[in-house]
Design a protein around this ligand. Structure first.
Ligand code: HAH
Length: 339
């Protein structure tokens, strides 16, 4: 590829199909302004709208980093996805305890009250700027036949905590689109549990409008068949679908290797082929999919650097560490010509 090559803007390539989003933090927002404005028309806060970032201490709300994201989005005509209101991780411990020493768990009533205060305050603050929220994140158990994860939300409020969160969110802002968001979303067993959970919510009249598919994938899994089946199953509920946190690790999840200092040509080619398959499926289901968000901008920074293997870099995106198109970028753009 010479430097004369015209690089199409991802958001233009997919404008008739879905929005293209990126997760950002303060550093990325500062360092990657141009590439963000160039390719993306949706933003998600990687961390700054999580419970621990907004309300680390009870009753003290900090919207500063979130507000910078919203301001940048507004200047550049972008949409913002809200992530996330109720989650078992990155939530301060005080939320779940009745006392400062954390000896006694909060009562159900107290936890409902705290859930209500948090959701109302956050959604009201962003009432005019954020119209879609991941209301509950990762409530489903990955393994076995157990449906719900054994979190403190679940232990204290029982399985009703999901319904409650959505009802509270709907009351806080009836115009907002409310999502259930999870990973391993294409695994046949877990996707059945997600499907049953959302189906049950709909049967009980719970205001849920969409399913967020995180899509933390890699070169080896999940299979294209499993992905297509999961999407079709979720869409059959009449839910809007958002791809919320996409990245394609060059390592299998169990792979512990740490010798790789840069992605090989072979890995980049495999990644391009995987991405092409994924975007063909997304395009084929663009009537249900409104948005495809990557959990980062380019390979200079990803949450996968050092996770799950410490000190190991990863290269999961379409743009390299200098924001230049990778083979995967061109294979994704190519899916346009094939529609
Ligand atoms: C996601 N968990 C979270 O939704 C997001 O908020 C965070 O920044 C990164 C990833 C995904 C996840 C996983 O892929 C494996 C194990 C646990 C959680």
């Amino acid at each position: 590829m010479t430097h004369h090559t015209i690089v199409p803007r991802l958001k233009d390539v997919f404008k008739d199909s879905f929005r293209i989003g990126a997760a950002v933090n303060d550093f990325v927002l500062e360092e990657r302004k141009e590439v963000l404005a160039e390719h993306f028309n949706s933003l998600t806060a990687e961390n700054s709208m999580k419970f621990e970032s907004i309300q680390e201490k009870e009753g003290v709300f900090d919207f500063s980093e979130g507000d910078r994201i919203v301001a940048f989005a507004k200047e550049n005509n972008m949409v913002v996805r809200g992530h996330t209101l109720v989650w078992h991780n990155q939530t301060p411990e005080w939320v779940f305890y009745a006392d400062k020493d954390k000896k006694k768990l909060a009562s159900k009533e107290l936890l409902v009250e705290r859930m209500t205060t948090h959701i109302h305050t956050v959604m009201k603050h962003y009432e005019d700027t954020i119209l879609c929220w991941d209301v509950v994140n990762e409530a489903i158990e990955d393994k076995g036949t157990t449906r719900l994860r054994d979190s403190l939300w679940y232990q204290i409020m029982g399985e009703d905590f999901i319904d409650q969160a959505f009802r509270i969110a709907h009351a806080a802002n009836p115009n907002a689109q409310l999502f259930y968001n999870d990973y391993n979303e294409s695994d046949p067993e877990k996707s059945d549990k997600i499907y049953e959970t959302v189906k049950g919510m709909l049967a009980r009249g719970v205001p849920v409008h969409g399913i967020g598919l995180q899509c933390h994938w890699n070169l080896y899994g999940p299979s294209l068949d499993d992905i297509a089946h999961a999407i079709e199953k979720y869409a059959s509920l009449g839910m809007r679908l958002h791809i919320t946190e996409m990245d394609v690790s060059v390592f299998e999840f169990e792979d512990r290797r740490t010798d790789l200092l840069a992605p090989t040509e072979e890995l980049l080619a495999m990644q391009a082929e995987r991405y092409e398959g994924f975007f063909k499926i997304f395009r084929a289901h663009s009537d249900a999919i409104d948005s495809v968000t990557f959990w980062g901008v380019d390979d200079a920074y990803t949450w996968l650097d050092g996770f799950p293997v410490p000190d190991r870099k990863n290269w999961p995106f379409l743009l390299d560490d200098k924001s230049e198109p990778k083979p995967a970028f061109w294979s994704v753009v190519k899916t346009l010509e094939e529609k």
